[in-house]
Design a protein around this ligand. Structure first.
Ligand SMILES: [Ca+2]
Ligand SMILES: [Ca+2]
Ligand SMILES: [Ca+2]
Length: 311
């Protein structure tokens, strides 16, 4: 008998093999109870099915301004990542791990920053094993020690994978139209859990950047709290109005954030171009807490301000 789990309808369908297992067609390669023809991972006992967010063709864009706690130039291109989440289920429908597929699209940063993720409210002990393949090289991943939530440093310095040679003042990666355009840098993350969990939403992924040479200088999306490694003395400085007692994090007095998540195609600002100049409706969207101008990123004709790749 095989229990077939469909993550889309969230129900379990029971199926029966016609033949006794001993003289059947032997198509249960990994003995997880799911026949090889239905098993997306026929050689992995802990993996049977998967689902994608936002889809198996689309990506979520993550963009960061790295001057926090100052607003800086607010060009929101200091790191631009595209990623999709593949949630992985076992034969019983429990989530036993995940994969991320994506690209570094741009690195408009002079600062050296790393990129990491924290799984909100999931303990470090949940992390069993992981790896990242980036630009063709594979590295092991581990959960950072001394953290209550599982924190995984994906890389320590984005510059390591976005070298430009710095010739003719072109030190930035894909943010200056007058400089060479580089192919986005592909990466794949694969993580296995020690035990199955029932829920893993894209919003449970707290993607953040940090200074390569100052681990405690973390920059998260708005209202995501910092990790245990944070230097909390940075809160409230310059433009930051974080207030841990009310759960407010990484927002300016005007509610501007230092990170942005956009689903679908979006053109990030060129170097030193304030996102507020690039997208006229951006401030309205922010100040209305996302209620108004929801299509702010589709409505700009200021294409001399944002970066449109030639590829
Ligand atoms: Ca399997
Ligand atoms: Ca910037
Ligand atoms: Ca920049």
């Amino acid at each position: 008998m095989a229990a077939l789990y469909d993550p889309h309808v969230q129900e379990v369908v029971l199926g029966f093999e016609d033949l006794p297992r001993t003289w059947g067609d032997n198509d249960f390669n990994d003995a997880d109870g799911i026949s090889d023809t239905l098993d997306e991972f026929p050689n992995d006992y802990d993996r049977a099915f998967s689902s994608f967010f936002p889809s198996d063709k689309d990506y979520v864009l993550l963009a960061y301004e790295d001057k926090w706690p100052q607003l800086g130039d607010y060009d929101m291109n200091d790191l631009v990542i595209r990623e999709r989440l593949q949630t992985i289920f076992n034969a019983q429908g429990a989530i036993t791990g995940f994969r991320l597929e994506g690209f570094i699209d741009a690195r408009g940063a002079g600062f050296k920053n790393g990129f990491a993720l924290r799984l909100m409210d999931m303990p470090t002990s949940l992390f069993k094993a992981g790896s990242i393949s980036i630009d063709g090289t594979t590295f092991p991943l581990r959960a950072e020690q001394g953290q209550s939530d599982a924190v995984i440093i994906l890389w320590n310095n984005t510059h390591d994978f976005t070298t430009t040679g710095d010739a003719d003042g072109c030190q930035f990666f894909n943010t200056v139209k007058e400089c060479p355009e580089y192919a986005p840098v592909p990466f794949t993350v694969d993580v296995t859990f020690t035990s199955g969990v029932t829920s893993l939403l894209h919003s449970d992924f707290d993607f953040f950047i940090f200074r390569t040479n100052k681990r405690g200088h973390e920059i998260h999306f708005a209202d995501y709290p910092p990790t245990d490694k944070m230097d909390t003395s940075l809160f409230g400085r310059h433009a930051d109005t974080s207030d841990p007692s009310s759960g407010r994090y990484y927002r300016s007095a005007d509610n501007l954030s230092w990170g942005l998540k956009v689903s679908g195609a979006w053109h990030y600002p060129r170097e030193y171009k304030d996102i507020v100049w690039c997208y006229a409706d951006y401030e309205t969207w922010v100040e209305s807490a996302g209620e108004q101008a929801r299509d702010w990123f589709e409505t700009s004709n200021r294409n001399h301000l944002y970066y449109v790749p030639n590829r």
